[in-house]
Write a protein that binds this ligand. Structure first.
Ligand code: HEC
Ligand code: HEC
Length: 260
C-alpha cells in the first residue's frame, strides 16, 4: 500500500490514469453499441438471395453492386430493413429522375418483393429493423404524442401535420394518409432532410404516441369549420384581413350610402 501511494506522485501516474480512463470509456461504448446494433436474423436465406437478384436488376445502377454506393446513389450498407421498406413501400425507390427530393410514385414492388429487398439490405450490415407490430396499433397516448410532435416535428411538418416548404426545393410532406408503419420507419431512418429519431431520442412508446396523435387529428377532421388548408396563422390571418375586413368595409359603404 505504501509503495502504491508513493508511486502516485510519479510524473507518469497521471498519464497512466488518463490512458486507463480512455480505454475503459472506449470499451464500454463499444460494448453498448454492439449490444444495441444486432444484425437482423428474422429473414430466411432465400429471402436474401431473391432480394439480391431484385436489387441487381432494379437498384444496382444507382446504389452499386453490393449496395456500396455510386455517384448516383448512396451506399445502403447499414441503413436497415426499415429504410428499404419505407423507400420502396411509399414508391420513392426505385428513383426515376434526379431532383431535389425523391418523389412518391405508385409502388412498384409487391409486399413479398419489398420484404426480399429489405432482407438483402439488412444482411449487409446492422440497421433499424421493421417496427414491432405492437407499436403500430394506434392505441398510445394521443396527448403525449401531440406534445412530442410539436417539439420534434412541427417545425417542418406544421403543427397540424399539413406539411411545409424547406430550403432548395425540398419539402416536408403532409402526413395525412401515411400508414402507421411508414410513419414509424420515417422516424427510425430519417429519409433525406429529415433527422433520424433513434430510440434514445424518442422511445418506441413515444413513437407509438405520435402515430396515435396523427391518426387522431386525421380522424377528427375540422370541427370548427373549413380549416383553410391548416397552413398556419399566416394564411388564416390573411383570410381574416382580406375577407373579414372586406365584408366590414362593404357593409359601412352600404350603410353610409343609405343615409344620403
Ligand atoms: C436513379 C437512381 C436510383 C435507383 C434506381 C434507386 N435508388 Fe435508392 N436512392 C437514390 C438516391 C439518389 C438516394 C438518396 C436520396 C434520397 O433518399 O432520395 C437513394 C436513397 C435510398 C434509400 C435511403 C437510404 C438512407 O440512407 O436511408 C434506400 C433504402 C434506397 N435508396 C433503396 C433503393 C432500392 C431498394 C432500390 C431498388 C428497388 C433503389 N433504391 C433504386 C437513387 C436511386
Ligand atoms: C428537418 C425537417 C423535418 C423534421 C424535424 C421532421 N421531418 Fe418528417 N420529413 C421531412 C422531409 C424532408 C420528408 C420527406 C423525405 C422524402 O421525401 O424522402 C419527411 C418525411 C416524413 C414522412 C413520410 C411521409 C410520406 O409521405 O411518406 C413521415 C411519416 C414523417 N416525415 C414524419 C415525421 C415525424 C413523426 C417527425 C417528428 C418525430 C418528423 N417527420 C420530423 C422533414 C422533417
Amino acid at each position: 500500500m505504501k509503495a502504491l501511494s508513493q508511486k502516485r506522485r510519479h510524473p507518469l501516474a497521471v498519464i497512466a490514469l488518463l490512458v486507463m480512463g480512455l480505454l475503459m470509456t472506449g470499451g464500454l461504448y463499444a460494448f453498448i453499441n454492439a449490444s444495441q446494433a444486432k444484425a437482423d436474423t428474422s429473414y430466411s436465406a432465400s429471402d436474401v438471395s431473391e432480394g439480391q437478384k431484385l436489387f441487381v436488376a432494379n437498384c444496382a445502377t444507382c446504389h452499386g453492386m453490393g449496395a456500396s454506393g455510386t455517384a448516383a446513389g448512396p451506399s445502403l450498407v447499414g441503413v436497415g430493413a426499415a429504410a428499404v421498406d419505407f423507400q420502396v413501400g411509399t414508391g420513392r425507390m426505385p428513383m426515376q429522375m434526379n431532383g431535389p427530393q425523391a418523389q412518391k410514385k405508385p409502388v412498384q414492388f409487391n409486399a413479398d418483393q419489398t420484404k426480399q429487398l429489405a432482407a438483402y439490405v439488412a444482411s449487409l450490415g446492422p440497421g433499424p429493423a421493421l417496427p414491432d407490430e405492437a407499436m403500430l396499433d394506434g392505441k398510445g397516448d394521443a396527448t403525449h404524442g401531440g406534445e412530442l410532435f410539436r417539439v420534434n416535428c412541427a417545425m417542418c411538418h406544421n403543427a397540424a401535420a399539413a406539411g411545409g416548404a424547406l430550403t432548395r426545393g425540398k419539402f416536408a410532406p403532409s402526413l395525412a394518409g401515411v400508414s402507421a408503419q411508414h410513419i414509424y420507419e420515417a422516424m427510425a431512418t430519417g429519409p433525406q432532410n429529415m433527422p433520424v429519431f433513434s430510440d434514445a431520442n424518442i422511445s418506441p412508446e413515444g413513437k407509438r404516441d405520435i402515430i396515435t396523435f396523427l391518426q387522431t387529428i386525421e380522424s377528427q377532421g375540422s370541427p370548427g369549420g373549413n380549416d383553410l388548408g391548416s397552413l398556419g396563422p399566416v394564411s388564416e390571418g390573411l383570410f381574416v384581413w382580406v375577407a373579414g375586413l372586406g365584408v366590414i368595409i362593404a357593409f359601412t359603404i352600404w350603410l353610409t350610402s343609405r343615409t344620403s
